[in-house]
Write a protein that binds this ligand. Structure first.
Ligand code: FE
Ligand code: FE
Ligand code: ZN
Length: 276
């Protein structure tokens, strides 16, 4: 089975997102913990958080996948940028404590010229200084397309970060299908091979969530441009094979495709029809 949903806006509060996703026909969703570009956030109203948790339970939702800000760069060369990222990360962990069953995924960052080794070190340091034994949230590193100096473009890089995290049982991976395709993993012709390699290098037990996107570009393009399901280079047949793959069952799949509400409703229903 699958948990499927899309990104929603937190503008109307938390419970409102749960109701919206119920109306869309899905049973999970993602949201930005703060404005994805500006980085600001507003306070959580405890009653609203509780109302969402109740709704998720009653309606049988899977884990939600909150998304950290794009501006949060934990391995930036600029000290002010990195400090700001650490601050956002710490505050996001506080707010996530209202949603103990949710995951939190973020982009590992961009090393901005310092090199991959330094990037790995800084990301691991950020995780080690922020996560505590009391942290309830499972924090997911997202697989990235490898644009510019973006970190997380290979399973090996993610493994190296995870290896350096002390509380590593709190760390997992969110696999973005568009990103790994753009990074050069051929999930169209060799899905088993790619997932076996994920298992060998990272371990499938670390795979908690999927960002379910087609891609506007060919495999290995390092572009990161998402496309609607079936309308890109990955194609509907391969998307379906991914959703139905035995190694990926019972996980939240989040659509980050370029759609309006009706487009998401349609994609959610398409994905659910594969499981009938
Ligand atoms: Fe992302
Ligand atoms: Fe993504
Ligand atoms: Zn992307």
């Amino acid at each position: 089975m699958i948990y499927i949903g899309c990104h929603l806006s937190v503008t109307d509060g938390y419970e409102a997102m749960g109701r919206t996703m119920k109306r869309f026909g899905g049973n999970t969703f993602a949201y930005f913990t703060r404005n994805p570009r500006g980085g600001r956030s507003r306070d959580i109203i405890p009653e609203d958080a509780q109302a969402l948790n109740t709704l998720l339970n009653e309606k049988g939702f899977g884990p939600l996948v909150a998304h950290g800000s794009y501006t949060m760069n934990l391995c930036a060369a600029n000290p002010a940028t990195r400090e700001n990222g650490l601050d956002m990360f710490a505050k996001d962990m506080e707010r996530m404590s209202y949603f103990p069953d949710s995951y939190y995924n973020f982009h590992p960052g961009a090393h901005t010229g310092q090199g991959i080794e330094k990037g790995i070190e800084l990301i691991a340091d950020a995780l080690n200084s922020t996560l505590t034994p009391d942290t309830k949230t499972t924090v997911l590193l997202e697989t990235m397309a490898g644009k510019g100096t973006e970190m997380g473009r290979s399973f090996e890089e993610l493994r190296e970060i995870i290896d350096r995290v002390e509380l590593s049982d709190k760390i997992g991976v969110c696999l973005d299908t568009c990103h790994i395709w753009d990074a050069g993993y051929d999930i169209v012709n060799d899905l088993d091979g790619v997932l076996n390699s994920f298992d060998d290098i990272i371990g499938l037990r670390r795979l908690y969530a999927v960002h379910f996107n087609d891609s506007k570009n060919p495999c290995g393009s390092h572009k990161d441009r998402h496309e609607k399901l079936g309308q890109g280079y990955i194609g509907m047949e391969a998307m379906k094979n991914i959703a139905l793959h035995p190694a990926l069952q019972n996980k939240p799949f989040i659509l980050e495709t370029p759609n309006d509400d009706n487009g998401y409703i349609k994609e959610i229903h398409t994905v659910l029809s594969w499981f009938e």
